[in-house]
Write a protein that binds this ligand. Structure first.
Ligand code: SF4
Length: 216
């Protein structure tokens, strides 16, 4: 498999979570990873505590499954660093184990692919680090208390590579795009900092005036 993204120095690495933020909203990604803005609401606190609880657990074995919590990950090809909430290692035979990443999310399954992209990025890190293929993983949703199995197919891998490449470009540009108010804003933890209705309208007016000034 060839990857589009091939970053250079380690300083240029971005957080794995940036892909999820980018896939959800470019501006959210920029606010968090360029401007370092993070808003702790009741919901994000719930999510953070859920992740901390998962990461604080010790590794364990359950029959033919070994479980690692908070496993550090990196991909030189995609320029990513981060942690996997849970990686299960399923015994294949006496000497080999199949990694199976499990990402924990506070809410419920989403229509978009942003959680799946984050999971796929974790799998691609594991593949590169362990030189194995990771064809599947799962996302555990706190609201539904259900685990959703995810097939890490070629389409999702392309989406993940694309998100990695674009998130790198966005973060290295240092420029935060203007907001566009959409349905997703209602579930965004940064809606108060972003002000998509107010700033969005202003940037529309600004763009209109700029066009007027430039037009012959
Ligand atoms: S409020 Fe909307 S535009 Fe602003 S960061 Fe969130 S999703 Fe993006």
């Amino acid at each position: 498999m060839t990857y589009k993204t091939n970053v250079g120095p380690e300083d240029d690495f971005i957080m794995l979570s940036a892909l999820q933020h980018y896939a959800f909203c470019e501006r959210q990604c920029a606010l968090i990873h360029i401007e370092q803005i993070w808003s702790e609401s009741g919901l994000t606190a719930e999510g953070r505590i859920m992740h901390e609880r998962v990461h604080d657990q010790d590794r364990e074995s359950r029959g033919n499954v070994r479980i690692e919590y908070g496993l550090p990950l990196r991909s030189l090809k995609l320029g990513l660093v981060g942690k996997a909430d849970v990686v299960e290692f399923h015994r294949v035979d006496k000497n080999s184990w199949q990694p199976f990443p499990v990402e924990y999310k506070r809410g419920k399954p989403k229509v978009d692919h942003c959680d799946k992209i984050q999971l796929c990025a974790q799998a691609m890190c594991l593949e590169e680090m362990l030189n194995v293929s990771v064809p599947e993983g799962a996302i555990f949703y706190g609201r539904t208390r259900r685990r959703l199995d995810v097939s890490l197919d070629e389409t999702l891998r392309r989406e993940t590579e694309d998100a990695a490449e674009k998130a790198h470009q966005l973060i290295s540009s240092g420029k935060t795009p203007p907001p566009v108010y959409e349905k997703r804003c209602k579930s965004c933890s940064l809606i108060r900092e972003c002000l998509p209705k107010t700033i969005g309208k202003k940037s529309l007016v600004k763009r209109y005036l700029e066009r007027m000034v430039k037009s012959p």
